[in-house]
Design a protein around this ligand. Structure first.
Ligand SMILES: Nc1nc2[nH]cnc2c(=O)[nH]1
Ligand SMILES: [Zn+2]
Length: 459
């Protein structure tokens, strides 16, 4: 679906839910949200008895299309995936008993290197963008590969499909296989710049796709390469994404490779890579001092719980990171993570926080409201779209998903054609419905998805 398809005014009626803050999930059962031709929320009404009264109240909304959430449905902000690898999608579910460094060698580098092929990349990237959209992901921070043409192709696909994306050409000039590495620092910087220029040329406003500078992680890049990319980010005002402190052998490796640095965080700090537009994935094994450095630099964190469990990397101390005031979002980290779904990541974040709680204190536990916040407003802060997407407020853009759950009829069958795992028996409160969705929902429950008011997925 092209991003340029014109839209008319639309009023979304019925139940909507969104996170106001980390602890407050706002659910409105009799709502009406007016979205204008630009995809911007023009008004929000609560306690609506008759939609006609709303239409009368606002000039110029007579011809608006009215879309109902339905009895067992609700509108929810689109999910924001703050860290994933489109180029690893064919490997989803393939990790065996490997851990990070052996997994990279065994599965990841061979697959990524094969995406030099434009035809293979077209298939993999189109499929992955469809997949993430179908799970309600309206914004995604993507890693591609080292190849400029196919990285640019990923940006083309996101723009065409209308999914907001940060698209990164991966840089790696050290400890990488001969068959898959940047030949030199100048190549890494030049190719990154070429991809930045291309992505800015196809979407000069950056409303849908933006480039993001992407050093793979410290062990893949020399200090000179990291510094060159830090300089490039400064000169071009581009966002940055990389990995940090994912597993203990990796942290030890960074100590050995960068003996002059105080810590893993210091390696990035020295290179000028810690900025308010930097997204660091994982942050599992940081010291208190490193956390302070990240906080002071305004760096953002992507929590990737499914990946951290799959690769036995560790349990990120999310409550501590939040308490210090770091901004945290959720990332699927495919294919370290085994699912393209941020809803799945919400569950995984809840589970991991319970394992942390079992080993530390009960307040480590994350609630449903908290993970949904990380998946939406928190994620928006991480990717630099704070105040624009991630919630339903007047002036924000309509990046949203229509969730439909399965009402059970007398006799036991689910009503309608949106069969899924969630059964509603009629006694559930609005909060119960959201909880049931978080714990047992999936893409079968995601009926429609919009970005800036444009329909980008329908089931
Ligand atoms: N999870 C994950 N961690 C990494 N560290 C360096 N590269 C990767 C990657 O592709 N995935
Ligand atoms: Zn990753």
């Amino acid at each position: 679906m092209a991003a340029s398809v014109p839209i008319g005014k639309t009023i979304y009626c019925g139940t909507f839910a969104h996170c106001r803050s980390l602890s407050e999930l706002d659910i409105c059962a009799k709502g009406a949200i007016g979205v204008d031709e630009a995809g911007v929320i023009a008004f929000i009404e609560r306690e609506v008895e008759e939609i006609e009264d709303v239409i009368k109240k606002y000039d110029g909304w007579n011809d608006a299309e009215v879309l109902q959430s339905g009895e067992s449905g609700f509108f929810f902000p689109g999910f924001i995936d703050t860290h994933t690898h489109a180029s690893q999608h064919p490997n989803t579910g393939l990790f065996g008993k490997t851990t990070l460094l052996s997994w990279l060698e065994t599965y990841t580098f061979p697959m990524e290197s094969s995406l030099s092929s434009l035809s293979k990349a077209a298939t993999v990237y189109s499929n992955f963008v469809s997949r993430t959209l179908s799970h309600g992901t309206t914004t995604c921070a993507y890693y591609a590969t080292i190849h400029v043409p196919t990285t640019n192709l990923l940006a083309d696909i996101c723009l065409k499909r209308g999914q907001r994306a940060l698209v990164g050409r991966v840089c790696m000039n050290m400890m990488s296989p001969e068959y898959y590495r940047d030949a030199s620092v100048s190549d890494a910087v030049k190719d990154s710049k070429a991809s930045i220029d291309y992505i800015r040329s196809i979407d000069p406003s950056g409303d849908i796709v933006k480039p993001i500078i992407t050093p793979r992680f410290a062990p893949s890049c020399t200090a000179e390469c990291l510094a060159g990319l830090g300089q490039l980010a400064k000169e071009t005002g581009t966002s940055i994404q990389t990995h940090i402190s994912e597993n203990k052998p990796e942290v030890q490796l960074v100590r050995e490779l960068f003996p002059e640095s105080k810590s893993y965080t210091d390696v990035y700090d020295t290179a000028g890579l810690l900025t308010p537009k930097t997204i660091l994935a994982h942050a599992v094994h940081l010291s208190a001092e490193e956390v302070q450095t990240l906080k002071q630099s305004g760096t953002k964190i992507s929590h990737c719980p499914a990946s951290n469990t799959a690769l036995t990397s560790g349990c990120a101390p999310v409550r501590q990171l939040l308490d210090v005031g770091l901004t945290v979002g959720l990332g699927t980290d495919v294919s370290g993570g085994f699912s393209p779904s941020i809803l799945e990541e919400c569950r995984q974040a809840i589970w991991v926080s319970r394992f942390v709680a079992m080993n530390t204190a009960d307040d480590a536990k994350l609630s449903t409201e908290e993970v949904l916040y990380l998946a939406t407003r928190g994620g928006a802060q991480v990717v630099g779209l704070d105040g624009k997407v991630g919630g339903f407020d007047v002036g924000m853009e309509w990046d949203a998903q229509h969730i439909c759950l399965g009402a059970v009829k007398e006799g036991g069958e689910q009503e309608g054609r949106f069969a899924g795992n969630v059964d509603l028996f009629g006694f559930e409160t609005a909060e119960d419905r959201v909880n049931k969705w978080v714990y047992s929902g999936d893409d079968r429950n995601t009926k429609s998805v919009w970005v800036r008011g444009r329909l980008v997925h329908r089931r």
